[in-house]
Design a protein around this ligand. Structure first.
Ligand code: ADP
Ligand code: MG
Length: 351
C-alpha cells in the first residue's frame, strides 16, 4: 500500500485516537483500563475496555480474521477469489457482511454499491497512484456497477455460501467492514462481561456502556475543513452506540486545482458532490451506520432527511460545504459545537 497514504491516515487518525483516549481516561476512576492498539484494515485501531485483557488478544484475532477474509488484495481472501473467478464459496462471516451490505445497498437505492470497486481502482484510490479517468472509461466502468447482480446462496447444511458476480464486476466490502467489526467486537466484549469500553477503528467509534463513573462518552466530530485549527467541529455525548463519520476530507487528491475524493457517486463514477462535507451516523448497528455514512454523503441533505424520516434505527449529523450543521432531533441535545465553530448555524431536523 502507498506509503504517503498510510502516513497521512496515521497522522489524522492518531489525533482522533488521542482524543478518545483522553475522553476515556477522564472517566475511568480506579477501575483498570485495558487497552491495545493495532494497525488493520488500513487504519489505526484502538480498543479500550474495563475487563479481562485476554479479551483484547481475542478481539485482535477476530479483526485479523475478518481482514483476511474480505481483503481485496490478499490472494487467499474470499473477496480476492470471488473477484478473480466470479463465483466462489465464501465463509459464513464474509457472507454475513456481504448480505448485510447488500441490504444497505438496497435501502440506499444504490447510493452505497459494493460493486463500485473497479471505478475506485480507475481513480487510483486503491493504490495511491491517483489519476482522473476519462469520461469514456467511466461510462464503461459504471455500466458494470450494480449490486443487484451480486448473488449469495447458502450451500446445504454447512455454513458456507456461494457468491456469484458477473464477469466484469468486482466487489469490495471496505465501506462497511469497520462498522461491522466494531459491532461484532462490542457484542463480544459485552457477552464477556465488559460494561464499559470504547472501540475506535480509525475514527469509527463504538462505545460500550458509559464511562465507569456513569457519565456519557464525549466523542469528537472532526472538522471536515482543512483550515481548521482545532480539528474538531463538535462533540457528541453518547452511550452504547456506534458513531461513524464519512467525509471527502478523509482521502483525496488534487489535480489542476480540483479536489477529488474517495466517496464515489455510483451513477456518475465521479466523486460525490451533493453539498455535504461530512456525515456522521449514530445508531446501535455499526454496519448500518457505516453503510449510511457513505451513502448519505452521496445522497446529499434532502434525500438523506427523507430516508431518516422513514427510518427508526439511526440519527445523523450533516455538515454542509458551507459549514452549517443539520442534526436529527434524537441527538440534537447531545451535541455541542467546539469553540472554534461556536457560531456555526445549527438546524434541528424533525420527523
Ligand atoms: P472509510 O472506510 O475510509 O472510513 P467510508 O466508510 O466512507 O470511509 O468508506 C469509503 C470507502 O468506500 C472508499 O474508500 C471506497 O473504498 C468505498 N466507496 C466509495 N464510494 C462508495 C460507494 N458509493 N459505495 C460503496 N463503497 C464506496
Ligand atoms: Mg462508511
Amino acid at each position: 500500500m502507498n506509503r504517503k497514504k498510510i502516513e497521512k491516515n496515521y497522522i489524522y487518525k492518531f489525533c482522533a485516537v488521542l482524543l478518545f483516549c483522553m475522553a476515556f481516561l477522564s472517566g475511568c476512576g480506579e477501575k483498570k483500563l485495558e487497552t491495545t492498539t493495532l494497525f488493520a484494515m488500513d487504519t489505526i485501531m484502538e480498543l479500550q475496555i474495563v475487563g479481562d485483557p485476554k479479551l483484547l488478544t481475542e478481539a485482535e484475532g477476530k479483526i485479523r480474521n475478518i481482514e483476511k477474509l474480505i481483503s481485496v488484495t490478499d490472494e487467499d481472501s474470499d473477496i480476492y477469489n470471488l473477484n478473480r473467478s466470479s463465483t466462489y464459496e465464501v465463509s459464513g462471516i464474509t457472507a454475513d457482511i456481504m448480505d448485510k451490505a447488500l441490504t444497505m445497498c438496497g435501502r440506499t437505492e444504490g447510493a452505497l454499491d459494493i460493486s463500485i470497486y473497479p471505478v475506485l481502482k480507475a481513480w487510483g484510490f486503491t493504490t495511491g497512484e491517483y489519476q482522473v479517468p476519462t469520461e469514456e472509461e467511466l461510462s464503461i466502468l459504471t455500466k458494470n456497477v450494480d449490486y443487484r447482480q451480486v448473488s449469495l446462496n447458502k450451500n446445504g447444511s454447512d455454513n458456507t455460501f456461494t457468491a456469484t458476480i458477473p464477469e466484469e464486476m468486482q466487489v469490495d466490502l471496505g465501506s462497511v467492514a469497520k462498522g461491522y467489526t466494531s459491532t461484532m467486537l462490542s457484542d463480544y466484549f459485552r457477552e464477556n462481561g465488559v460494561k464499559s469500553g470504547l472501540i475506535n477503528l480509525g475514527g469509527n467509534v463504538q462505545c460500550i456502556g458509559t464511562k465507569t463513573d456513569g457519565s456519557l462518552w464525549k466523542v469528537a466530530i472532526k472538522s471536515p475543513f482543512p483550515d481548521s485549527s482545532s480539528g474538531i467541529y463538535g462533540v457528541l455525548e453518547a452511550a452504547d452506540t456506534a458513531i461513524i463519520t464519512s467525509g471527502g476530507y478523509e482521502r483525496y487528491f488534487e489535480q489542476d486545482g480540483q479536489i477529488y475524493w474517495h466517496i464515489i457517486d455510483p451513477v456518475t463514477g465521479r466523486p460525490a458532490h451533493a453539498g455535504l462535507s461530512s456525515v456522521t451516523v449514530v445508531g446501535s448497528d455499526g454496519i448500518v451506520c457505516d453503510a449510511l455514512s457513505t451513502a448519505l454523503f452521496v445522497k446529499g441533505l434532502e434525500e438523506s432527511v427523507r430516508l431518516w424520516q422513514a427510518s427508526s434505527d439511526f440519527e445523523a449529523i450533516f455538515i454542509t460545504e458551507d459549514g452549517e450543521v443539520y442534526i436529527t432531533e434524537g441527538i440534537a441535545d447531545s451535541f455541542s459545537l467546539s469553540s472554534e465553530y461556536h457560531s456555526a448555524p445549527v438546524h434541528v431536523l424533525t420527523k
